[in-house]
Design a protein around this ligand. Sequence first.
Ligand code: GYE
Length: 348
Amino acid sequence: MRGRSVRIIYICLACVFALTACRAGGSEQTANSNSPTITPIANRFSEGETELPDSRKIRLGFSQLGSESDWRLANTESIREAAEEAGIELLFDNAEQSQQKQVEAVRSFIAQKVDVIAIAPVIETGWEPVLQEAKQAGIPVIVSDRFVELQDPSLVVTFVGSDFYDEGQKAAKYMIDKMRDQGDRIGIVELRGTEGSTPSIERGSGFHDLIKDRENFKLLESESADFTFAKGKEVMRKFLERRGSDIKVLFSHNDDMALGAVEAIEEFGMRPGKDIIIISVDGTRKAFEKMAEGKINCIVECNPLLGPILMQLVMEISEGRSLPNRIVTPESVFTESMAAAEVNNRKY
Ligand code: GYE
């Protein structure tokens, strides 16, 4: 029964994979022309063999950036579960938001001669040297969730994750529509994520690019709260002390910060979702519960359940198949009116 459900998941994933591959510009065949030649793992062990011996599981080293949010916890669980289901041996390291620790983890995976390395990188820059080391060791690298900035794109086989720029644009579109009759000086505050991380950079640009020519919107404050509940609350409190009722909209780069901000707004004596329109990103169950109470107005979904597709990619690489250089996960937007109906469907 379990075996059957695993097979069904893989068939579904194969469809998503093929679809997203096309959307990303080309077909499944259109692999990154800069990708390194992928050597099937088995061939590294014995000549002519096309499958791993039964006794030898694929070994995946996964460097997780931290445990800062509910999104991250769900992402970690999804990866652990999917590895187990797929029979892949997972070497997991949590770097607690430190790039240095991530680099050390990758070095240790190289030393342990894993078959594939996957990284969810905390920030975009500074990866080239350690990725060169992985390349020299002949270990293919997948980047998941956030991007890395590279001079040499051949250092990474593929990226799997969301389109964060599009998420920022979806947030801005909702705001423009929601506030269309609200006059000409609409004060916005922004809680940004971790400085230098892809979701923070891209959600910010997507949002700002849509409002930059609209003079009725005024960005009053924008600060990083590192994607955490505690900092979200602290920074929102500061915004409220400085700007009070001039704040009409909060754009929060994730749910944890938005939930912290909801508390700060209530303690300040204002009504979240009414006096201040709140738009967030992720779509965690806790945020949906607040949206059902009318305290968050819109959530742009960002899917953390990347485990199954990641394992699918690891297996494709193991078989020496070429992959598209980017796989984007499909996502929706949810507003207040949908919250009650959707809350029990949330998987994270
Ligand atoms: O939105 C946030 C987390 O990188 C997409 O990181 C991820 C973001 C997610 O801390 O909650």
